[in-house]
Design a protein around this ligand. Structure first.
Ligand SMILES: Nc1ncnc2c1ncn2[C@@H]1O[C@H](COP(=O)(O)OP(=O)(O)OP(=O)(O)O)[C@@H](O)[C@H]1O
Ligand SMILES: [Mg+2]
Length: 257
């Protein structure tokens, strides 16, 4: 479905390489999480799928087609994108934000209105209460739900999500990540999601790709990573949610670990 074949990237002719011969295959209907420390190349990798960023070498294929040969506008119409940070247009209402792509695609006002209702219900926002609000009149979690609805508006088969829940409190974050996993399954989406939270990665992902310094260190299911971490870095990353779970269990039992 999505394939990176020996992809390298440098920004500008004399910039340092930020991705080194990266290869990765993401299957149809898979939820793949990219995880790694700040600056390791997660956003750059994600952005290559819809040509917001171009490879300096190697090939990215979507549905078998080299994205370099695809028209970027057509490509992006089939790919939903939820940005790092919020990214809603502040001067547009919730409904207008969601309808941006359908409007560009020439849907009628009735079709757009119907789709807005459907999407608000899918992301569990009350349409009557929220439809005509501006982003500033919503909580962070509600804004992120609108961002998700907007990305889904034109019925994409692929969703790219860059730290979609990063700025949210833990409860809202858990709710949204559960809701998203259900939406992913229900709509048969293929999702690539960036996070730096290993617990979130383990709870959501079919497979996790651990990145470091522009390379993929390990790709596998959560249990693959737990059973056989590729190196000390992966081991340490896995240990962190475990350590927290142990501390929590001890705190709940009224003892110290
Ligand atoms: N437009 C750009 N021009 C030049 N360098 C860039 C550009 N975008 C990213 N970089 C550099 O490429 C590297 C990878 O950046 P990228 O945004 O992919 O990292 P990331 O893993 O998403 O980090 P974070 O977790 O902080 O979002 C960084 O060193 C960054 O400074
Ligand atoms: Mg990033």
């Amino acid at each position: 479905m999505i394939e990176f074949d020996n992809v390298s990237k440098r920004y500008g002719p004399d910039g340092n390489p930020v991705l080194h011969q990266l290869s990765l295959k993401i299957a149809r209907c898979e939820l793949m999480v990219l995880i790694g420390e700040s600056g390791c190349g997660k956003t750059t990798t994600l952005n290559m799928i819809n040509r917001l960023s171009e490879p300096s070498a190697g090939t990215v294929r979507v549905d078998g087609q080299d994205t370099q040969l695809a028209d970027p506008v057509t490509l992006r119409r089939h790919i939903g994108y939820v940005f790092q940070g919020i990214g809603l247009f502040p001067h547009m209402t919730v409904a207008e934000n969601i309808a941006i792509t359908p409007r560009l695609l020439g849907w009628t006002p009735q079709e757009r209105a119907g789709r807005i209702e459907e999407l608000l219900s899918l992301v569990r926002l009350d349409a009557a209460r929220h439809r005509n609000r501006f982003p500033a009149e919503l909580s962070g979690g509600q804004r992120q739900r609108v961002g998700l609805a907007r990305a889904l508006a034109a019925r994409p088969k692929i969703m790219l999500m860059d730290e979609p829940f990063g700025a949210l409190d833990p409860v809202t974050r858990d709710d949204l990540s559960d809701d998203y996993r259900n939406i992913h399954d229900e709509l048969g989406l293929t999702t690539v999601l960036v996070t730096h939270d290993m617990t979130e990665a383990f709870l959501m992902a079919d497979r996790v790709a651990v990145m470091r310094g522009g390379e993929i260190v390990q790709v596998g299911s959560p249990s693959d990573l737990i059973d056989a971490p590729a190196d000390d870095l992966v081991k340490a990353m896995i240990e962190s949610p475990r350590r927290r779970a142990r501390k929590l269990a001890a705190a709940l039992a009224g003892t110290r670990p």
